[in-house]
Design a binder for this molecule. Structure first.
Ligand SMILES: Nc1ncnc2c1ncn2[C@@H]1O[C@H](COP(=O)(O)OP(=O)(O)OP(=O)(O)O)[C@@H](O)[C@H]1O
Length: 237
């Protein structure tokens, strides 16, 4: 079977004031559609750098990334921007919601950028909000939502484009453990239901049992690749 995202021998270093940090050293991995892959490891081990290279947010010093059939590392900056717009959804730690917009309006924004006609955009935004269990909260603004609900709105906004690649960088670190668990389970259900590659970076070991696959990093390298045993099957979305 062909992987939906393949990284080969990725290396990236940063030099600040003549001090060089090797953030990633010859990392190779394949990610598969329809599962939640958790990339875990201590602070500074290179998780965010790896996510940023795999999603085309930045370029490696050496190595290649193939995603959705495209060699990202061979694209220009403008071509990578277009690739991300077409194929990638992103979820971040800080939710990044607009204070003045309702939950439903936040979710519809990416479709406005993609120039999807209004009636279709409204329908798809409603479906995405329903998928994260927040249709009944559609008229509320961020200040009226809990942290867990805000993150679920952000996930719906990432989902509404129907991305083939969904990237989450520390999506649970601003949440308590119950809400963190809910958000992680949601990411896993989304992977199963939509067939997207879902890659989530976290330093929180509590998420390990909720992922389909766990990739452990240390000091810019991948140390371990395993699949936790799940005792309970997931409920469908
Ligand atoms: N833009 C940058 N400029 C300079 N150094 C950087 C930059 N981005 C990352 N680094 C360094 O590269 C290394 C890896 O950073 P990265 O953010 O990828 O790690 P991380 O595992 O995601 O860390 P955290 O869990 O703390 O977010 C660290 O030593 C970091 O200080």
């Amino acid at each position: 079977m062909e992987a939906n995202l393949s990284a080969r021998m990725l290396s990236k270093s940063y030099t600040v004031q003549n001090i060089r940090t090797d953030a990633l050293r010859d990392v190779s991995l394949d990610l598969w559609a329809g599962e939640l892959s958790l990339i875990i490891g201590p602070s500074g081990c290179g998780k965010s750098t790896l996510l940023s290279l795999m999603s085309g947010l930045s370029r490696p010093d050496s190595g290649t990334v193939y995603a959705a059939g495209v060699e990202l590392s061979a694209l220009s900056d403008a071509e990578r921007d277009a690739f991300r717009l077409a194929h990638c959804g992103f979820v971040f730690q800080g939710f990044n919601l607009f204070p003045a917009l309702t939950a439903l309006e936040q979710v519809q924004i990416p479709l406005d950028y993609l120039k999807v006609p209004q009636d279709r955009a409204a329908r798809r935004a409603a479906e995405a909000l329903d998928m994260v269990g927040l249709w009944h909260r559609r008229h509320l603004r961020p200040a009226e939502l809990s942290g867990g609900e805000k993150q679920r709105v952000a996930i719906a906004r990432a989902l509404v484009k129907r991305p083939s690649l969904l990237f989450a960088d520390e999506p649970t670190s601003a949440l308590d453990s119950t809400n963190g668990g809910t958000v992680t389970d949601l990411l896993r259900r989304i992977a199963h239901a939509t067939g997207a590659v879902v890659a989530c970076v976290s330093h929180d070991p509590r998420l390990i049992a909720r992922a389909d696959r766990v990739l452990e990093m240390e000091d810019g390298r991948l140390l371990r690749d395993r699949r936790p045993a799940h005792s309970e099957p997931m409920e469908p979305l």
